[in-house]
Design a protein. Structure first.
Length: 714
């Protein structure tokens, strides 16, 4: 993190439209009639070209907090430094009144990577009281306890970077900043360490040729991880011998440099550009792993934690499977949706995740037989889950004697729902960890106590639940939920209907959602800040197609800080899913489950295209006999040699498929389709990524040659 001096505010933020948006927000928050209506933030303001481009230039295309470059692999998001839907402080204290009035203020908009924004969430601790709501904010309004990249101080006075890429604190603010933004994420530390090594090598290779240019390029604002590099060069200036020890060998060449020789070039260059050491840095600052840990202790703060990776061995039908969950989206949300044929292990994956995060005692409370969870070809099963914010993964080992883990409980709120989720009528006042995932393991486990809880909960929580239901349920945005005569009633345009008399689709979804919100609101003050892991098998059950197409987007809006891991067989449920949130798992001929790589971008495909893409693997959307013909055709195409009868069958199948217009009508495009079919046939028998990559390139070349030949003739 480096200090960034704010530029001028984009004119658009003073436009008539933005002024009207601000006025609408003010009216909403000053009215008491909106208790069952959710405030809608106009995100188009932040995405407007002048605003987003201004932030890109302001922060040089880097995350304001971790200094990582932003792009395709790390999408940029607009983060509100002061959260706008309520603010969490130390020890879990929460203010619902802060800081909505800063939603569209230029000085509260920061360019961020999705992971920093997601990890930060609504956390914004202050020392003492917060500023008065709806009032202008300056440096004297409140004393914030995290580092502001656009503040007056130097972040280097609070943060100390090591050669291993890790950062440690030099102050209370530094410690809280590291925790709140997750600045010691494993992948981030690896990137920093690699970058520092590169600069060592470049400095050695070019120090006697054009050392000044090397430093100018290395320390220019357009570079990543500048705070770490500032500190490294400051150390080198004060101790050139330390620099010489870093890279005695580069690319196999040993450099025999002397300190006095280095100092003649090194020190004047650093002084010329005023790159001074940070006064508070200890002499051995780079040797973090070797020195005594002097991390500054801060007050308790609950750190955001999300699933980053799962590794499964011998669990039910899964012999071996590794899935990465990283790669959050620009909006900071965290979803993962699994596709695959029946029996491939999607439900097993959800169950493995649920048991590992809930702790071994939960498996016992659910009366699960450990032997039933072990693959028939294995003696034991194991699951390892990596969480953001945790240095050590959670391990669950299962053998015939029981369940064993290195953690009694992950501390996460975990909820699991199976494909059959029914609303029970009996009262249930308890809400244990086992009950929260029981429906994922037993279809007969009803989701009970919903009506009684809704009738007894206080008005504030009841209205929060209603706001979420209005966002999620179709055609519910115009109605209200009321408590009347010991029943929960939905009222819309004069018509009244009780919760128990709603349709099955409404009942099953409401049962799941209210059960989830009941648990979240027991721990968190609002749903806007609530965090947890929700596992849903067959997310689109009992939903109309129009509802299926909106369910993901609606859940994102209602639960912005919750990580959802779900399965589906319905392409309609993929609407609202981002490109990096889909996984297709398949079973190979050897029985192992694998994740299909190189999926096409889901956001750019129509529903029929999704069905015929790698996501669902249909050859067509025609009737089953044509589908069978396509499978037989691909099987014959995959063979290296064909008998006379097989060749005749292949010709007949090709003619049949061509007559159905599954192939193009022109000869050129039919040849291209043939090459593609050859690749698809070979792909079905080969699961090595390098081999598939080579085959793809060969197929592309064949198609390019056809297109080139056509152009030459024309």
């Amino acid at each position: 993190m480096i200090r960034v001096i704010r530029g001028s505010e984009p004119e658009y933020l003073s436009s008539k439209y933005v002024r009207s948006v601000k006025e609408s927000a003010k009216k909403f928050h000053s009215s008491s009639r909106n208790s069952q209506i959710r405030w809608k933030v106009d995100t188009t303001v932040f995405r407007y070209f002048e605003v987003f481009d201004g932030l890109q230039r302001q922060f040089n295309g880097k995350c304001a907090y971790c200094e990582s470059f932003l792009g395709i692999n790390s999408p940029a998001t607009v983060d509100h430094f002061r959260p706008i839907r309520g603010s969490l402080g130390l020890n879990g204290d929460f203010s619902s009144e802060h800081y909505w009035w800063y939603a569209y203020e230029w000085k509260n908009l920061y360019l961020s990577c999705a992971l920093c924004s997601q990890t930060k969430g609504n956390r914004f601790p202050v020392d003492g009281s917060r500023c008065r709501p709806s009032t202008p904010i300056d440096k004297n309004s409140e004393s914030i306890l995290i580092i502001d990249p656009c503040g007056e101080g130097n972040p280097g006075d609070h943060l100390m970077f090591g050669e291993d890429g890790r950062v440690q604190s030099l102050s209370r603010e530094g410690e809280l900043t590291i925790e709140i933004f997750g600045l010691n994420r494993i992948a981030l530390c690896d990137q920093r360490s690699h970058e520092l090594k590169r600069f060592y090598e470049n400095a050695v290779l070019h120090f006697s040729i054009d050392f000044e240019s090397v430093l100018k390029n290395a320390l220019g604002n357009g570079n990543s991880y500048l705070q770490m590099k500032y500190q490294a060069y400051a150390k080198w200036m004060s101790d050139p011998n330390y620099y010489l020890k870093r890279v005695p060998i580069v690319n196999g060449t040993k450099f025999d440099l002397r300190a006095e020789e280095l100092r003649k070039v090194f020190v004047p260059t650093l002084r010329k550009y005023d790159w001074k050491p940070t006064p508070s840095l200890p002499r051995n600052w780079l040797n973090i792993s070797e020195r005594e840990d002097k991390t500054v202790e801060a007050q308790p703060l609950e750190v955001a934690r999300f699933v980053e990776r799962i590794e499964i061995r011998g669990f039910k039908s899964i012999k071996e499977l590794n899935i990465n969950f990283s790669g959050s989206n620009a909006d900071g949300s965290s979803w993962k949706i699994f596709l695959g044929e029946n029996g491939v292990g999607k439900t097993s994956l959800l169950q493995a995740l649920a048991l590992t995060l809930s702790g071994p005692n939960v498996a016992t409370d659910l009366a699960l037989n450990p032997k039933s969870l072990i693959n028939e070809n294995s003696k034991n099963a194991s699951v390892r889950v990596y969480l953001s914010g945790d240095k050590i993964p959670i391990d669950l080992d299962i053998n015939s004697q029981g369940f064993f883990s290195n953690s009694t409980f992950s501390g996460l709120e975990v909820y699991g729902y199976g494909a059959v989720r029914l609303l029970g009528v009996e009262n249930s006042s308890s809400d244990t960890r086992a009950q929260r995932i029981a429906n994922l393991f037993y279809a007969t486990k009803y989701i009970s106590g919903i009506s009684d809880w809704l009738l007894g909960v206080d008005e504030s929580k009841f209205n929060q639940v209603v706001r979420a239901l209005r966002d999620i349920l179709p055609n519910a945005s115009t109605g209200l939920f009321v408590r009347k005569m010991k029943r929960v009633i939905y009222v819309d345009r004069g018509a009244e209907i009780s919760l128990e008399n709603l349709s099955d689709g409404y009942q099953t979804t409401i049962a799941m959602l209210v059960h989830l919100m009941r648990g979240l609101l027991d721990r968190w003050p609002t749903l806007d800040v609530a965090e947890g892991i929700v596992l849903i098998d067959e997310i689109g059950v009992h939903m109309h197609p129009q509802w299926k197409m909106r369910i993901v987007s609606n859940l994102r809006e209602a639960f912005p800080r919750v990580q959802f891991v779900v399965t589906t067989h319905d392409p309609l449920c993929l609407r609202g899913i981002k490109n990096n949130e889909v996984e297709v798992i398949e079973r190979r001929e050897d029985g192992y489950v694998w994740r299909r790589p190189n999926l096409p971008d889901i956001e750019s495909l129509r529903i029929d295209q999704i069905l015929m893409s790698e996501h669902f693997g249909l050859s067509s959307t025609l009737e089953p006999t044509m589908e069978a013909a396509m499978k037989e055709y691909q099987l014959l195409m995959s063979k290296r040699t064909l008998s006379q009868d097989e060749q005749a069958s292949l010709n007949q199948l090709r003619e049949k498929i061509n007559s159905a217009s599954l192939f193009s009508r022109s000869r050129r495009e039919r040849l291209a389709m043939q090459f593609i079919d050859e690749y698809l046939a070979a792909e079905s028998l080969n699961h090595k990524e390098q081999d598939l990559s080579n085959m793809r390139e060969i197929t592309k070349k064949k198609i390019a040659d056809i297109i080139g030949a056509k152009r030459e003739k024309s």
